[in-house]
Design a protein around this ligand. Structure first.
Ligand SMILES: Nc1ncnc2c1ncn2[C@@H]1O[C@H](COP(=O)(O)OP(=O)(O)OP(=O)(O)O)[C@@H](O)[C@H]1O
Ligand code: SF4
Ligand SMILES: [Mg+2]
Length: 405
């Protein structure tokens, strides 16, 4: 779509009437060639553009209804920028985000408002993402000011209390302030706010990375449960590959503004074909000393290039141990590599490499930190006991606190 649109979108009615369920497995969101370039300027009075930071530079993926798509990659590879574009906090420079078949990337006005209701975000930092001067009730109920049709005034308090209950917090704490909760509890408040409008899609940008390790698993398990309970489709962004595997049906690996490999969790973790994925996986902590001794460790040399100066051809070539001349000249497309197209193997999934090759770098399931199984919660480390230093109300008796799924 070329121009911004105000009204007339069929999405208006679709979003307004909460059209769930969209048939499970259908692509509810299709991201095509999505890009975000930030201009680099020079000069004080007369600014001129001298380049661009290509934070996101041609990202493609589908989010299927009812699934969790994990997105992993090193710091600065563009994960948060993708997330912000999905929820309309930023406008793409190019590309399309199709929600139920219709491009929503350049919507505005009422049509945008209707779509936004259905695509909500959970932020990384539960400390800064909640307004310290608002009560929990006001924070969770704030979206109803913009969408009063979801909860008319008289019913809001009850709705917010129901949401507190759903995320495992005591509904009586509706009048408390964020500083009276521990980090994990604050993230639960953020999750409740994300659920307030009954969305179809949740984009969670590193929702547990700012939390203490002992409460990460509780929040991940809560998200897992909510996804099933509310038939949500999830985009889950994280650094920790073990957590991503636990929660994701499919996983996309990002490098320098692009997805370089994408597939089911088993395809990516057990049959990776892209050298970058293999290197990332080889760095996953392996608690079993014997398995650790047998796994192959791939050390990448050099730093990630600047997104203002992306290498020609394959953008991973400056760090890839397999790079050849072709890699400098030709951009590898994200597709099933030719050598795997006709084979019946989990290696047959999209990988942007001219010389894709299966390499198993992770020990078999069971030897890693809980891949594919519920993330283990640390015994005795519930959130009531994990209140941050200086917080005042984290350990109140009667609070629901931690998850035990
Ligand atoms: N407003 C902006 N102006 C210029 N460059 C930006 C802007 N926002 C992000 N960037 C750059 O875009 C790149 C991608 O940033 P982004 O925050 O999306 O990465 P990320 O993968 O989420 O990293 P992290 O894992 O550290 O959160 C980085 O190089 C960042 O410096
Ligand atoms: S295309 Fe070449 S440089 Fe890029 S990942 Fe494959 S082998 Fe490495
Ligand atoms: Mg980020």
């Amino acid at each position: 779509m070329d121009a911004d649109r105000e009204e007339g979108s069929t999405l208006l009615s679709k979003a307004g009437e909460s059209s769930r369920p969209y048939a499970e497995g259908e692509p509810i969101l299709e991201v095509r060639d999505l890009a975000k370039h930030y201009p680099l300027t020079q000069g004080i009075l007369f600014k001129r553009q001298v380049g661009a930071v290509r934070a996101v530079d041609g990202v493609d993926f589908d989010l299927r209804a009812g699934e969790t798509l994990g997105i992993v990659g090193e710091s600065g590879c563009g994960k948060s920028t993708v997330a912000r574009m999905l929820v309309h906090l930023e406008k793409p420079t190019a590309g399309a985000i199709r929600y139920k078949g219709e491009d929503i990337s350049r919507l505005s006005g009422r049509a945008l408002k209707a779509v936004r209701r259905n695509i909500q975000m959970v932020f990384q930092d539960p400390y800064t993402s909640l307004n310290p001067r608002m009560t929990v009730g006001d924070i969770i109920g704030e979206p109803y000011e913009i969408h009063p049709e979801v909860a008319p005034k008289g019913s809001r308090r009850q709705k917010v209390q129901d949401l507190l209950d759903v995320v495992g917090l005591n509904p009586e704490y509706i009048n408390r302030y964020p500083h009276q909760f521990s980090g994990g509890q604050r993230q639960r408040i953020g999750i409740a706010r994300g659920l307030a409008l009954n969305p179809e899609i949740i984009v969670a940008d590193e929702p547990v990375s700012a939390l203490d390790v002992s409460v990460q698993a509780q929040v991940v398990n809560l998200l897992d449960r909510l996804q099933a309970e509310f038939s949500l489709s999830f985009v889950f962004i994280a650094h920790d590959l073990s957590i991503v595997r636990h929660i994701s049906d499919r996983v996309g690996v990002m490098y320098l503004g692009r997805i370089v490999e994408i597939g089911s969790d088993a395809e990516i973790y057990d049959h990776p074909t892209h050298p970058y994925t293999q290197a990332l996986l080889s760095a996953v902590p392996v608690p079993d000393p014997e398995a650790r001794a047998h796994r192959e460790r791939i050390i990448l040399h050099g730093d990630v290039p600047s997104p203002a100066n992306i290498p020609s051809g394959c953008r991973f070539r400056t760090r890839c141990w397999k790079a050849q001349e072709r890699c400098e000249l030709e951009i590898p497309l994200l597709a099933v590599p030719a050598e795997f197209r006709l084979v019946d193997s989990p290696a047959r999934h999209d990988s942007a490499c001219h010389f894709a090759e299966e390499k198993r770098v992770v020990p078999p399931e069971g030897e890693l930190h809980a891949p594919g199984r519920p993330v283990e919660e640390v015994a005795g480390a519930d959130e009531e006991g994990a209140a941050e230093p200086g917080s005042e109300g984290g350990a109140e008796p009667g609070e629901k606190g931690g998850e035990t799924p």
